[in-house]
Design a protein around this ligand. Structure first.
Ligand code: FAD
Length: 344
């Protein structure tokens, strides 16, 4: 009989992130399919009562908490000790956790301490009879694997954005405190602060409805024989502001900054989509001035509806990579789109 533990850490304000609710949804569904399974929750943070209360209506039968100032920050030694203590107390056999940077770093090590196994970047978990199957992608999302394991505890880290978040309501939860005795050596590392771009400079928005991709064409000579980079920047910036889209880029465009060419100033390698870039998840994608070559479009694996604007009717998007290709000048198209959005 499996004991399913959802392991989550609280955010700075004591709440639970959406990724934690996604893990909760996976675990609750698994619990329904696995006859006789037990469903429990473990929380780590400075204080976890508010987080536990926020999901009190979920079908978990017990809540465990490791609490205190020592557990507020992301730190390997304390996080690993907390996770290990909860897993031992709960006697968990399946540990479902959000694949946050904090847990990704720590939980494979905890699996090792407990003689278990860990799988990261899981995008699906299902059960048939008493067999649990985890799905994840390999080789830059080109191959999907279905994994089953004998070893327990099995740590399954769920990729954020791959699941719907559990809608279970609030209430009053009783949290059983799990004591963790920390040696001084576990507290040597201290988080001194966060550095993040200003809100209006933040162009990567994982929760956006639309991924807007810019390609090298925005910086190329246009029909008049001139480049129009400042105009391109304005069109792109205006669109992002109005549509609240997430900004992606082709490799060619982000690489140009390293080559000293005129570029879109607010792009960095973090925006790159593709084989050597990111594979974000968004309901829709719009590609502009990007050729749509395979090393780029492989990063569109999880974009549901794809459209592209390109002057070239023979570009890669026309070869089955996009649902709709507009053979048009992206400067003209985006100027019109921005005008229509401004009127809304
Ligand atoms: C090992 C390897 C890994 C790679 N990894 C990645 C990766 O992760 N991500 C990635 O993106 N690439 C990757 N690449 C590079 C990839 O193969 C392409 O070279 C790159 O994606 C091309 O970028 P682009 O389409 O922006 O530029 P280009 O190929 O220069 O295309 C520009 C496009 O803009 C169009 N255009 C120009 N002006 C306009 C206009 N006014 N309106 C509309 N369209 C216009 C042109 O018709 C053209 O199609 C990789 C390559 C290799 C070998």
């Amino acid at each position: 009989m499996e004991t399913i533990l959802v392991l989550a850490h609280t955010e700075n304000d004591g709440s639970l992130a959406k990724s934690a609710r996604e893990a909760l949804h996976v675990a609750a569904t698994l619990h329904k399919s696995l006859a006789g399974s037990k469903f429990v929750i473990g929380l780590v943070g400075e204080s976890v009562q508010a987080a536990a209360n926020s999901i009190a209506a979920c079908p978990a039968v017990k809540y465990f908490g490791v609490v205190g100032r020592d557990f507020s920050q992301s730190r390997y030694a304390t996080d690993a000790a907390a996770a290990e203590a909860i897993c031992r107390t709960a006697q968990a056999t399946l540990v479902v956790a959000p694949a946050t940077s904090r847990w990704n770093r720590v939980l494979p090590g905890v699996a090792q301490r407990l003689g278990g196994r860990a799988d990261t970047h899981a995008t699906g978990v299902s059960a048939s009879g008493d067999k649990v199957t985890v799905n994840r992608w390999y080789y830059r999302q080109r191959m999907e694997a279905a994994l089953q394991r004998q070893q327990r505890p099995w740590f399954i880290l769920i990729d954020p954005g791959s699941q719907s978040a559990c809608e279970c309501g609030a209430g009053i939860a009783t949290v059983e405190n799990v004591a963790v005795a920390l040696p001084d050596s576990a507290k040597r590392t201290t988080v001194t602060g966060f550095r993040a771009p200003a809100a209006d400079a933040q162009t990567i928005r994982p929760d956006a409805q639309l991924l807007f991709v810019t390609g090298a064409g925005w910086t190329k000579k246009q029909a008049d024989g001139q480049t129009h980079v400042p105009e391109a920047e304005k069109l792109i910036r205006d669109f992002l502001q109005q549509a609240r889209a997430s900004l992606g880029s082709s490799k060619s465009l982000v690489d140009q900054s390293g080559e000293g060419q005129a570029v879109i100033s607010f792009l960095s390698h973090l925006n790159q989509i593709g084989q050597t870039g990111a594979t974000p998840r968004h309901p829709k994608g719009l590609s502009t001035c990007c050729h749509g070559e395979e090393p780029h479009t492989v990063g569109w694996r999880f974009i549901a509806e794809r459209r592209a604007v390109n002057l070239d009717p023979n570009c890669g998007w026309a070869r089955g990579k996009a649902d709709v290709l507009y053979v048009a000048d992206a400067f003209a198209v985006m100027a019109k789109v921005n005008e229509l959005l401004a009127k809304k």
